[in-house]
Design a protein around this ligand. Structure first.
Ligand code: ATP
Length: 139
C-alpha cells in the first residue's frame, strides 16, 4: 500500500466537481487520509510545479492556482498502486487525449483547465505530500 497526492484544482472546485473526484477514488476502494481546502502561496505553487519553471505557461499556471477565485482541494489517498492507478483514473494531461471514462475525459476540455492533479511517481508523491501537508508522518 502507498500514498499519493491528488488535488482538485481551482477550476474543478469552482465548477463543483470535488465530490465527483472524491467519489471516483472512494468507489475504486482507496482510502482518504488527508483533505483540506487551501489557497496556496505563490511559493508553494512554484515549488509544486518546479519542473515546469522554464515553460511559457508557468506564470499563468501559478497565477491560476493562487489567485484565490477558488481554493485547491488537496488530498492524500492511500491504497494498492494508488500512485499509478490514480494517474490512470485522471487520464492524459491534455483532456483531448484522455481516454473515455477518465476524470479529464469526463469533465474537461482544455489542458490549461484540466481540473485535477495527481503525483506521477513515488518521489513526487512524497515531495508533494510534505509540501502541501507537512512531513508525511504527520498524517
Ligand atoms: P498535473 O501535474 O497537474 O497532474 P500532468 O503531470 O499531467 O499534470 P504536467 O506536464 O506536469 O502534466 O503539467 C502540469 C500542469 O500544467 C497541467 O496539469 C496543466 O494544468 C498545466 N499545463 C501543462 N501543459 C500546458 C500547456 N501547454 N498550456 C497550459 N497549461 C499547461
Amino acid at each position: 500500500s502507498e500514498r499519493t497526492f491528488i488535488a482538485v484544482k481551482p477550476d474543478g472546485v469552482q465548477r463543483g466537481l470535488v465530490a465527483k473526484v472524491i467519489a471516483r477514488f472512494e468507489e475504486r476502494g482507496y482510502k482518504l487520509v488527508g483533505l483540506k481546502a487551501i489557497v496556496p502561496s505563490k511559493e508553494l505553487a512554484e515549488e509544486h510545479y518546479g519542473d515546469l519553471k522554464s515553460k511559457p505557461f508557468f506564470g499563468g499556471l501559478v497565477d491560476y492556482m493562487t489567485n484565490g477565485k477558488a481554493p485547491v482541494v488537496a488530498m492524500v489517498w492511500e491504497g494498492k498502486d494508488v500512485i499509478r492507478q490514480g494517474r490512470v483514473m485522471i487520464g492524459a494531461t491534455n483532456p483531448l487525449d484522455a481516454a473515455p471514462g477518465t476524470i479529464r475525459n469526463s469533465y474537461c476540455q482544455v489542458i490549461g483547465r484540466n481540473i485535477v492533479h495527481g503525483s506521477d511517481s513515488f518521489e513526487s508523491a512524497e515531495k508533494e505530500i510534505s509540501l502541501w501537508f507537512g512531513k508525511a508522518g504527520e498524517l
